[in-house]
Design a protein around this ligand. Sequence first.
Ligand code: SF4
Length: 209
Amino acid sequence: MLNFDIEREIPVMEHFYTIQGEGYFTGTAAYFIRLAGCDVGCHWCDVKESWTVKQNQLLSYEALINAIQKTPTKLIVITGGEPLMYDINTLVSYLKKFDYQINIETSGSYSLNTKLDWICVSPKKFKNVLPEVLAQADELKCIIYNASDFDFALKNYENYKLLTDKAIKLYLQVEWSVQEKMLPQIIVFVKLHPEWNISLQTHKYLDIP
Ligand code: SF4
């Protein structure tokens, strides 16, 4: 693990201004901060290059905000990798000074002690979601790679309901490489379980980051 001062910098794999392609904020312009590092190990992961952390990825919060302020964005999405491997409290307080809406996308496998505007939890079979993070979710986004993932999605929703009666948005998102096989099954499932919605990785169809 890298040695660095979390009060002023954090490992960033990439950061860019684009259109959110997935989930509840699909179609909204957003500045993405993709933190480097993930130990969840999804075998179908489409950003495996985010798993490792390198010294030259350390970016100061000041440099990050300077880049963000060159865009007219109102929304920042912190993603990964697994962004909650780090204590993002200082990063978030820094960004909050500039009045941005701050969303996060996480597997929920590390604790979350920061107030955010929108929490998208995408639980993975490979590392357990922490109940205290699941309970804070505004959006539950489950990736469908094979038929057993439907039960996994239902189970996570059941667990959520045991934790809180807060409203939540539910999404099933096909894993890109199996969409031909799994998308028809997702359509059938959502028609049978209308509380769930389909999330497509529209940025991939649009060929944008
Ligand atoms: Fe990849 Fe996300 Fe799974 Fe980490 S949690 S392995 S970044 S899909």
